[in-house]
Design a protein around this ligand. Structure first.
Ligand code: FE
Length: 198
C-alpha cells in the first residue's frame, strides 16, 4: 500500500514535543501527574484486524467531515483515540475511513464517503459523516485503516450496536462495536483503537 504519512511534518512535531516535555513537567512540580484520568485496559483489548474488502481507494482527501453540501440522510459522527497497549496516546496517527452510502453503494470513481485525518497530540480523532447503509451479505460498518508513524497499518472495521444483521455477518466482530448514543437528534459513536507498537 502506498505510504500516506507525512514523515517530515511528523518528525518536526515530534522534536517540538520532545523539547517541550521537560518544561511541562517542571512547571507541574515534583509530583508525577497522570495525563489521562480514565484509561481502558488497553493491553487486553488490542483492536483486531479485519479485511479491507474490495472497495478501498488510496489517496483519499484529508478531511474530518465526509458530509458534502446537499447530502440527505442521517448524520453520524464518531470520536475516540488511538492508544498503545500501555494506554498511551498515539499522536499523529493516520486514520483513513471509507464506507458505503445510505443505499449501500461505494463511490469507486470519486471520494464520496472517503477521507483520512491525523490524530492530535493526544491521539484523538473525530469523524463526521452520514450513516452508512447496508449491502447484501454485510451488516452496517465503516472501514478504517489506522497507522502510527513508522509502523505497519492496522486495517479493520467498526460496527454499530443493535443491528439485527450483526449476528448474521460472518465478518462481524463484537470487539469492534462502537458505543453509540443519540445526542442532539443525531446518532454519535465512540471507539478507541489500541495498537500493538511493540
Ligand atoms: Fe464494506
Amino acid at each position: 500500500m502506498e505510504r500516506k504519512l507525512e514523515p517530515a511534518v511528523g518528525r518536526r512535531r515530534f522534536i517540538v514535543a520532545a523539547v517541550a516535555t521537560p518544561l511541562i513537567l517542571a512547571s507541574e512540580g515534583s509530583a508525577p501527574k497522570k495525563v489521562f484520568a480514565a484509561t481502558p485496559s488497553c493491553g487486553n483489548d488490542l483492536t483486531p484486524p479485519q479485511t479491507a474488502g474490495p472497495f478501498f481507494k488510496p489517496r483519499s482527501p484529508r478531511r474530518i467531515t465526509l458530509i458534502d453540501p446537499g447530502m440527505q440522510g442521517d448524520k453520524f459522527s464518531v470520536v475516540g483515540r488511538v492508544l498503545t497497549t500501555s494506554c498511551q496516546p498515539v499522536s499523529e496517527a493516520l486514520i483513513d475511513f471509507w464506507h458505503c452510502d445510505a443505499n449501500g453503494q461505494y463511490d469507486n470513481r470519486g471520494y464520496r464517503f472517503r477521507g483520512h485525518q491525523f490524530c492530535d497530540d493526544e491521539g484523538r480523532f473525530s469523524l463526521e459523516t452520514m450513516l452508512p447503509g447496508i449491502y447484501p451479505g454485510r451488516t452496517r460498518h465503516i472501514h478504517v485503516i489506522v497507522q502510527a508513524a513508522n509502523h505497519r497499518p492496522l486495517t479493520t472495521q467498526l460496527y454499530f450496536p443493535g443491528e439485527a444483521l450483526n449476528e448474521r455477518d460472518w465478518i462481524f466482530d463484537p470487539r469492534l462495536l462502537m458505543e453509540t448514543a443519540f445526542a442532539g437528534g443525531q446518532r454519535k459513536g465512540t471507539f478507541d483503537f489500541v495498537l500493538d507498537l511493540g
